[in-house]
Design a protein around this ligand. Structure first.
Ligand code: NAD
Length: 280
C-alpha cells in the first residue's frame, strides 16, 4: 500500500480488532508498514493468520490471534499472548463490527411494506441484541482488556469505528445505526474518563464503501447503481464512494501522539462530504 502519511510507529504495539476484514486489514497493514508491531485480532483466525504471514513475508512485524471481542476471558488470554509476543498495547483500534439481516427491515418506510416482508414489527430481540452487542460491547470489552496496558504506561490511544449512520440513522438498519451512535457517544465518554491518564480516545466515521459483501446491493449486474446506491451518491456532494485506503490517513494521524496530541473525544467523518450535505 502507498501510505498517504509518513509517520514513524517503530516499536509501538498496535492491537487491531476485526483485522480479518476489509477496513481493519488495511489499517493493520498500514501500521505495520509504519514500523509498528501489529497484533491482528479476529474471530476469523484464518484471515488474521494469513494477513500476519503476508506481512511477515514482506519484512513487517505482525502476529495473528483468534479473538472474540464479546468474550472477556478470551480477550484477557489474548492480551497475555500479545504482551508476551510483542509487549504492552500502545494503540487499540476497535474495528470488529457490522450489521446483520436479523436486525434489518425489508422496507425503508412502513407504509410501503409488502405482505410477507420483514417489517419493523418482525424484528426479533435476538437480532437487535446481536448487532448492538457486536458493535457496542465489542468496543467496550477489548478496551477493558487492552487499555489496562495503557493505564500502566500512562500513554496510548484508542480509535473506535463509528459510521455515517451515527449522525442520522439510515433506513432499514435501526440497531446498527443506534449501536454506532452509541460508539460515538462512548468515544466522548472514554476520552473524558481517561483524560488524566495520558490516553486519548477518538473515532473515525467512515462513509460508504463498496465491499465484496455489499457490492450486489449497490450495483446491478449491468454495473449501473441500484436505487439505494443512487440515493447514497445523490446524498454525497462529491457523488462518490469512499475507498478503504482513504481511511488510512485519518487513522495514522489520530493515533500519533505528536500529530494529534491535543485531539481526544472527536469523531472524524471520512465520508466524501455525506454528513455535511443536506441534499439541497
Ligand atoms: P468486514 O466484515 O470486512 O470486517 C469485520 C471483521 O470483524 C470481520 O473480519 C469479522 O470476522 C470480524 N468479527 C465479526 N464478529 C467478531 C467478533 N465477535 N470478534 C472478533 N471479530 C469479529 O467489515 P468492514 O467493512 O471492514 O468494517 C469494519 C468496521 O467498519 C466495522 O465496525 C463496521 O461496522 C465499520 N464500518 C464499515 C463501513 C463500510 O461501508 N464497510 C462503513 C462504516 C463503518
Amino acid at each position: 500500500m502507498n501510505l498517504p502519511l509518513s509517520i514513524d510507529y517503530t516499536g509501538k504495539v498496535v492491537v487491531v480488532t476485526g483485522a480479518g476484514g476489509l477496513i481493519c486489514g488495511a489499517m493493520a497493514r498500514a501500521f505495520a508498514q509504519c514500523g509498528a508491531k501489529v497484533a491482528a485480532l479476529d474471530l476469523n483466525e484464518d484471515a488474521v493468520k494469513a494477513l500476519a504471514n503476508e506481512l511477515k513475508a514482506e519484512g513487517y512485524i505482525c502476529e495473528g490471534y483468534k479473538a472474540n471481542v464479546l468474550d472477556p476471558e478470551a480477550l484477557e488470554a489474548v492480551r497475555a499472548a500479545v504482551n508476551a509476543d510483542l509487549g504492552p498495547c500502545d494503540i487499540l483500534v476497535n474495528g470488529a463490527g457490522g450489521n446483520n439481516p436479523r436486525a434489518t427491515t425489508d422496507n425503508e418506510y412502513h407504509h410501503e411494506a409488502k405482505e410477507g416482508g420483514k417489517s419493523f414489527f418482525d424484528l426479533v430481540p435476538d437480532g437487535v441484541d446481536f448487532v448492538f452487542k457486536l458493535n457496542f460491547q465489542g468496543t467496550i470489552l477489548p478496551t477493558q482488556a487492552f487499555a489496562k496496558d495503557m493505564v500502566e504506561t500512562k500513554s496510548g490511544c484508542i480509535l473506535n469505528i463509528s459510521s455515517m449512520n451515527s449522525y442520522t440513522p439510515l433506513t432499514k438498519i435501526p440497531a446498527y445505526s443506534a449501536a454506532k451512535a452509541a460508539i460515538s457517544n462512548f468515544t466522548q465518554w472514554l476520552a473524558t474518563h481517561f483524560a488524566g491518564t495520558g490516553i486519548r480516545c477518538n473515532a473515525i466515521a467512515p462513509g460508504f464503501l463498496v465491499s465484496a459483501q455489499n457490492k450486489a446491493l449497490l450495483y446491478n449486474e449491468d454495473g449501473t447503481p441500484t436505487a439505494r446506491s443512487a440515493k447514497i451518491l445523490n446524498g454525497t456532494p462529491t457523488h462518490r464512494f469512499v475507498d478503504a485506503d482513504e481511511l488510512i490517513g485519518a487513522t495514522l494521524f489520530l493515533c500519533d501522539d505528536r500529530s494529534a496530541s491535543a485531539i481526544t473525544g472527536v469523531v472524524l467523518p471520512v465520508d466524501a462530504g455525506f454528513a455535511a450535505y443536506s441534499g439541497v
